[in-house]
Design a protein around this ligand. Sequence first.
Ligand code: PMV
Length: 334
Amino acid sequence: MTDAVQTLIDQAMREAGEAQTFSAYAPSNIALSKYWGKRDRALNLPLNSSLSISLAEWGSHTTVEPSQSGSDQVLLDGQPLPPTSGFARKALAFADLFRGGRDVPLMISTRNTIPTAAGLASSASGFAALTRALCGSFGLDLQAQDMSRIARLGSGSATRSLWHGFVRWDKGARDDGGDSHGVPLDLVWPEFRIAIVEVDTGPKLHSSRDGMNHTVDTSPLFSSWPEMAERDCKTIEQAINQRDFETLGQTAEANALAMHATMQAARPALSYLTDQSWAILQRLWQARTEGLAAYATMDAGANVKLAFLKEAEADVLQAFPGARVISPFEWSNA
Ligand code: PMV
């Protein structure tokens, strides 16, 4: 299958100049309706559409510049990485999409504003910022939607990190992925909040890529996922348009738990959630019986993220002291 994205880059690169220094930013994002399962593993084409909220100033700043040393260099948070490290290899392989075999040594430097302890230093903002920085460095004049398709090749969730606010990732139907990209929802909801309730974890045992493929391959519950996820995505988009927070929250929480259920049924079972994650969920459900309007979502990690509106912020912080609150529609320099 000809990859539509590689064709897009190759065409754009015909007009490209020498690599210049270029810096870019992309926010991280949290899916309210999840991407889980690929119909094409090489192109990161999803089995279902998904919908996320971007995390404003929490994201990645990336600079791409010609390397003065004559060989590739990758820096993370100011520290040079060995070229064999996982992060450096992924970033350089991604840059190769643009270099197309040409000898253009680059220095790629990424700084994450996401607190490392929050365990959210995500590939989503990293690949979206790297896409923007590479396009800028080579002088490619591409639309955000095209950059979203490029970022998708680095990591599925990066497809949604080209914009602030709510973003839908349309799964698309084409085999070459040409119609699988992010679409920003044209609205603001200034009162919308996300809080991260951190759970102590070491490095995770399974990447989301491996966890996803293992679930698709072995979980008998997975067959019910794509249709349900597609429906949840539509319900959540409608709830956002109607500012119906309760439907949004209930659907997002149910969607996340259903995704985790598909993993528990995988053979062997897979669980990113720990006792601590479940204790947080129990506390949330108890607080909800007492009137707290907050809902949970969890990704390929143990942390719990809460969605709520500004009016519930004080109560959320009382129930979850130390939670980090993000206002997705307020950002300054990002
Ligand atoms: O982008 P990836 O390959 O890290 O997968 C992300 C998967 C989830 O975070 C669990 C869900 C999502 O939609 O972001």
